[in-house]
Design a protein. Structure first.
Length: 286
């Protein structure tokens, strides 16, 4: 326990102040836990649709040709567009810090422009002095998916960028979120190991008539899933951070209470000694 240089009155005031902080952090922990459960449920419920759609894309990608959709064509330049998904608020531990460090280590940051979803990401982009093409930071991030995709498609179609990436914290569990970078555009062709899945896959009436809408739905779903996953990780991280803050407040209150008790005991002992000394002095005089 650290040495505390305070009198009894100051200690009581400090304990009361920490108690008030503890009530706040505990309330924030409960709110974050409720939001985390809701986001976690959304992430779990939306995952089967995303996985099924991705499986369909993998199966038909082998029989598709780049001329069927511009979303399949490789970009003509090295310019990258990164959709950075972060949080609007803090108090979530190292959640954003880990993602930003991951980006700095994995990317050259010389040929990248950014679209941000989350105010913390906007601050980060401004700090590293990279082009911020748009900021879609709102409380309802999922409502911005269509606008973000529309802007990304426009820049990709006009050959302003050759690749579109998503950078976000992928929700793994309550205790873990993993910084992740995934390619959104152009859509990857199927790997050689699963080519046989699409060899006899028939597309009717014609690939040109349905592929664009299918692929656009796919990338919108992928971005939505990334946002939901990031939100689940954010609320989990905030819940754990507030729990740690509450636990630390309890420990500090315990230490301060022990110190307060010691000071009170010392004060009582000193008063008793003064009384005994005064009594002995009176008896000696008599």
């Amino acid at each position: 326990m650290p040495k505390i240089n305070m009198n009894l009155r100051q200690l009581k005031k400090k304990i009361k102040s920490i108690n008030n902080v503890k009530k706040i952090t505990h309330a924030m922990e409960l709110v974050a836990a409720a939001k985390m459960k809701k986001s976690q449920l959304e992430a779990i419920e939306s995952r089967p649709y995303q996985e099924m759609l991705e499986a369909v894309i993998k199966r038909i990608s082998f029989v598709l040709k780049p001329e069927h959709s511009f979303l399949l064509k490789e970009g003509k330049n090295n310019q990258k567009l990164i959709i950075l998904i972060s949080t609007n608020k803090g108090l979530c531990g190292s959640f954003n810090h880990n993602l930003f460090n991951f980006l700095l280590k994995r990317l050259t940051l010389k040929e990248e422009g950014f679209i941000t979803i989350g105010k913390k990401g906007t601050i980060f982009v401004n700090q590293i002095k990279r082009p911020l093409l748009a900021d879609f930071s709102t409380k309802q991030s999922l409502l911005m998916v269509s606008a973000v995709i529309e802007m990304s498609l426009k820049k990709f179609f006009n050959d302003e960028v050759g690749e579109v990436l998503i950078a976000y914290n992928k929700f793994i569990s309550v205790f873990r979120s993993e910084p992740t970078i995934e390619r959104l555009l152009p859509i990857k062709k199927v790997e050689d190991s699963v080519k046989e899945l699409g060899e006899d896959y028939l597309i009717e009436p014609a690939p040109e008539k349905i592929i664009d809408s299918l692929l656009k739905n796919f990338i919108e779903t992928k971005l939505s899933q990334a946002i939901i996953s990031s939100q689940a990780g954010e609320h989990s991280a905030r819940m754990m951070a507030m729990k740690n803050a509450t636990d630390n407040a309890n420990e500090l209150i315990y230490d301060l209470t022990l110190t307060s008790n010691k000071l009170r005991q010392e004060k009582i002992t000193n008063e008793l000694l003064d009384m005994i000394t005064a009594k002995e002095s009176v008896e000696i005089k008599n």
